[in-house]
Design a protein around this ligand. Sequence first.
Ligand code: IPD
Ligand code: CA
Ligand code: CA
Length: 268
Amino acid sequence: MTAGAQELLRLAREVAVEAGELAARLRREGVEVQNTKSSPIDIVTAADRAAEDLIRARLAAARPADGFLGEESGAGTGTSGITWVVDPIDGTVNYLYDLPNWSVSIAAVEGDPDPETWRALAGAVAAPALGEVFTASAGGGAHLGDRVLQVRPPAELDRALLSTGFHYTHAIRGNQARVAGELIPLVRDLRRTGGAAIDLASVAAGRLDAFFEQGLNPWDQAAGGLLVTEAGGVVTGLAGAAPANRMVIAGHPAVVRELDGLLQRLGA
Ligand code: IPD
Ligand code: CA
Ligand code: CA
């Protein structure tokens, strides 16, 4: 791990933990839906905005030349070539319902903040309600606290535990549900945990064999994707394409190869 990546990781972790503490406190005080975005079930709470404001301010104070891409406040260009890609609360619906699977996801990437081309340098996924902080840096491995993370060894698909997510748009959900219905007799089981960042962290931690989802945005996968690759896995799209909004598949390379083929056959 380069000194630069180490410094970015230290900052990502510190700010993710602080924003997680803020969101957890606001959760205890009560949560209401403040607005909706892409569809009536795609919600924003005051905590999403407060957490992103805190993250943006802390990162700008520490590294004023860096760019920023956040789910709630959009993009700001920088001059350093590094952009912070931020989901202030991933798993907002879980957060609203007080289910523990939500996280703050912060990554530093080099190049355009586009999962097809960026090089992720550092990432942190802080899950306060689980009491867990996952971190990774380019070349420095992936960690849960002090534990070094490693993806599970390859499993046949009929013994593989998968996780996926469903889009906020009903038209896309219909096809995702059809694919899930055809997939489920072919695998050990299929989870829908409600947080893509924790799903990716779970793949890195060996708690899932693989994860796939259509419709992810850069902030859903920036930190989690680095966790997976630093834990010895791969993150791809369909037919070996780069991960993108169209599809993200993550896991051990052999499992991802099999799952990619199956998802193509099922018309995912
Ligand atoms: C969502 C969660 C969910 C996934 C959606 C994401 P949000 O993020 O990660 O698990 O299925 O695609 O948009 O809206 O809670 O930040
Ligand atoms: Ca998200
Ligand atoms: Ca979010």
